[in-house]
Design a protein around this ligand. Sequence first.
Ligand SMILES: Cc1cc2nc3c(=O)[nH]c(=O)nc-3n(C[C@H](O)[C@H](O)[C@H](O)COP(=O)(O)OP(=O)(O)OC[C@H]3O[C@@H](n4cnc5c(N)ncnc54)[C@H](O)[C@@H]3O)c2cc1C
Length: 75
Amino acid sequence: MHVPVAIVGAGPSGSLLAWILRLRGIESIVLESRSCEYVEQRIRAGVLEQGTVDMLNKAGVGDRLEKEKMSHCGV
Ligand SMILES: Cc1cc2nc3c(=O)[nH]c(=O)nc-3n(C[C@H](O)[C@H](O)[C@H](O)COP(=O)(O)OP(=O)(O)OC[C@H]3O[C@@H](n4cnc5c(N)ncnc54)[C@H](O)[C@@H]3O)c2cc1C
């Protein structure tokens, strides 16, 4: 398999980067040392800043977030 980009780590950064590259027609491979099951079940955040929410929506992966979110306007 030959792809132009290799991404190390399937955390939020690597996964979103792979998705955004794909939207732009650039294939990539994500190399992850942990199992798929571990990565999918590992909780990485309880609170998301607005900028993160905006970025997920802009990338087209915010559907579940928009359905299940609990918004707050605190500082
Ligand atoms: C307990 C806890 C609570 C948190 N709560 C929040 C929150 O409420 N809101 C928020 O915004 N953020 C929160 N964070 C921070 C958030 O989880 C991180 O900012 C985010 O996970 C960083 O994403 P990342 O993809 O850069 O790194 P990571 O999520 O650490 O992912 C890196 C991935 O790379 C893999 N990896 C590492 N080295 C290699 C290698 N050599 N080869 C292959 N794979 C490798 C790892 O297994 C991992 O899957 C929290 C973090 C923790 C620990």
